[in-house]
Design a protein around this ligand. Structure first.
Ligand code: OMP
Length: 280
């Protein structure tokens, strides 16, 4: 039987490092790689990035929007990206940020993370802002299939501050309540559970308490959005189990030469090694 997501991720990070390599085929990047801005250019860009980054990163994160922008041909490319990254040895986190009422979430789950899902991803990003409880069935279905979810808690964009830092009646921030709900799903799992959270590397230190999470933490905002290793250290401390700093544009700008792209990812992973705890 295949190990569940949290265990697979811990093994992959121990072997390859903690970088989550984003595959975001921005139109400007496709053109900068000398490719046509159509489905064929998308395909060459994304499959090449998936092959190269999939060989060196523990986990890759294709961002669905950039594929959907090319219609059904783009979605077909996204399906292949998942397979190519898997073949190269990486786990795949599909960045789709879905969030809806429970009955509709069931269909998103069937698309991305349930048993025999249409996409063979290992995990997907989801939004809890229709209420965390609306995700409970998705969490259960993902787990049943040995997969995971990453729940947006405290996102990297400045527009999120007012909503996610707002206080609930019990005094916790909205973001903290999301982290706590994820923690409840992860209780007792070793080395950690299957329900991750997203906390931007750009947020102020001390805003969220991750000590009880016992799950992976996706930290975007590292690289192109301005956060550095020093920010990661300030926000998350050293040795936080399951910390996955995520970078997309700042890596992909090193292409199209696969050797240069590979070197860039390896170099970032090397710099991140100091943030990892023992045995990770
Ligand atoms: O869930 C995400 O991945 C995500 C959450 C968040 O809070 N901020 C954030 O930037 N992201 C995604 O992370 C990636 C960041 O890309 P770069 O800024 O190019 O590294 C994009 O795919 C975003 O959609």
């Amino acid at each position: 039987m295949t190990a569940r997501f949290g265990a697979r991720l811990a093994g992959a990070v121990a072997a390859r490092g903690s970088l989550c390599a984003g595959i975001d085929p921005h139109p400007g990047l496709i053109e900068a790689w000398g490719l046509p801005l159509d489905a064929s250019g998308l395909e060459r860009f994304a499959l090449s990035a998936a092959e190269t980054l999939g060989e060196v990163a523990a986990i890759v994160k294709p961002q669905s929007a950039f594929f959907e922008a090319f219609g059904s041909a783009g979605v077909a490319v996204l399906e292949r990206v998942v397979d190519v990254a898997h073949d190269a040895g990486a786990l795949v986190l599909l960045d789709v940020k879905r969030g809806d009422i429970g009955s509709t979430m069931a269909a998103y789950t069937a698309a991305y993370v349930a048993e025999k899902a249409a996409f063979t991803a290992d995990a997907a990003t989801v939004s809890p802002y229709l209420g965390f409880g609306a995700l409970d069935a998705a969490v259960a279905a993902a787990r049943e299939a040995g997969n995971g979810l990453f729940v947006l808690a405290r996102t990297s964009n400045p527009e999120a501050d007012a909503l996610q830092r707002a206080r609930l009646e019990d005094g916790r921030t909205v973001a903290q309540s999301v982290v706590d709900a994820a923690a409840d799903h992860n209780a007792g799992a070793e080395p950690y559970g299957d329900v991750g959270v997203v906390v931007g590397a750009t947020v102020a230190p001390g805003e969220v308490d991750l000590s009880r999470l016992n799950g992976p933490v996706l930290a975007p905002g590292f690289g192109a959005q301005g956060a550095t290793e020093a920010d990661l250290r300030a926000v998350f401390g050293e040795g936080l189990p399951g910390l996955l700093p995520a970078s997309s544009r700042d890596l992909l700008r090193h292409g199209p030469d696969p050797a240069a792209l590979r070197r860039a990812a390896q170099e970032v992973n090397g710099r991140l090694a100091g943030l990892r705890g023992k045995g990770q």
